[in-house]
Design a protein around this ligand. Structure first.
Ligand code: IPE
Ligand code: IPE
Ligand code: MG
Length: 259
């Protein structure tokens, strides 16, 4: 086996199946440029597009992006409403491209908190892509990890009170099934941009064994290269077999460019 073949082998076997990202740092990116915060959120959309495309070309099975937390309602009203507008606009503009890319879009979070107009758009977008069998793209919006676990508890309690489930049959697998990531495997790699080292109530249950990758790069500056850096770091932490992270990254770059 030649060296590139060996690296390909290692990378293919150790690729993360489910990658989650806390996309942080939009506001600081804008402030550093003397712009208003929403300019940073707009610039962040370009990063989303790039990362969705490269992750799909890499063959990643599921990508879960944190777009708006249940705590983000505490931000100034003007920023929240600008974010909602942006979300509406981007959903409308990008959905066909996602569909052409065979990507299945799901919005995870309490969408009842959004306007009727936005909820309708979300349902339409999910329906349009529901038969695709490529990468699953979860966008976490009005999402909180504790909210999601509480939701799962409510669903299980209902099943118990209906007589469909015995309390002693509630186990970890059953809790997982009742989360919004129901049929997905746990997160293998969690990335947080923007320099902070915290989870901010994202996917608490699903990250139990995830590798954590923190970078100070602000989200609008996070592109294909930085994503591949994170994947290469994951692969090399998993099973290096004498290869360096740089060799793995080099192979990733060439394989994505040929995809
Ligand atoms: C993350 O960027 C995007 C959202 C939370 C919507 P921030 O807006 O948190 O950016 P910083 O952390 O203030 O720089
Ligand atoms: C986390 O970022 C939420 C999203 C990226 C959507 P925040 O900027 O809201 O997190 P904190 O407030 O710094 O913990
Ligand atoms: Mg932030």
């Amino acid at each position: 086996m030649t060296l590139p073949d060996a690296i390909a082998d290692i990378a293919n076997q150790s690729m993360p199946k489910h990658v989650a990202i806390i996309m942080d740092g939009n506001g600081r990116w804008a402030q550093q440029r003397g712009k208003i915060r929403i300019a940073g959120h707009k610039a962040g959309v370009t990063s989303v597009r790039q990362i969705v495309s490269v992750a799909s070309r890499m063959g990643i099975k599921a990508l879960t992006l944190f777009a708006f937390s249940s705590e983000n309602w505490r931000r100034p009203e003007s920023e929240v409403s600008a974010l909602m507008e942006l979300f509406m606009f981007v959903l409308g503009r990008e959905i066909r491209k996602l569909n052409d890319g065979n990507i299945r879009l799901r919005i995870i979070g309490d969408i009842h908190g959004f306007s009727d107009r936005l909820q309708k758009k979300i349902r339409e977008a999910e329906a349009l892509t529901s038969n695709n069998n490529g990468m699953i793209l979860n966008i976490a919006a009005n999402y909180g990890g504790r909210w999601e676990i509480a939701q799962a508890c409510q669903q299980l309690a209902r099943q118990v009170s209906d007589g469909r489930l015995m309390p002693e049959d509630i186990d970890e697998a059953r809790i997982s099934q009742n989360l919004s990531t129901t049929d997905l495997s746990d997160v293998d790699l969690l990335i947080r941009t923007g320099g902070d080292h915290r989870i901010s109530n994202f996917l608490l249950w699903q990250i139990a064994y995830a590798e954590l990758f923190f970078t100070s790069v602000l989200w609008p500056d996070f592109g294909e290269d930085q994503f591949m850096e994170a994947i290469a770091s994951f692969v090399s932490r998993e099973r290096r077999f004498g290869c360096t992270g740089d060799q793995i990254k080099e192979w990733l770059v060439s394989s994505v460019n040929n995809a």
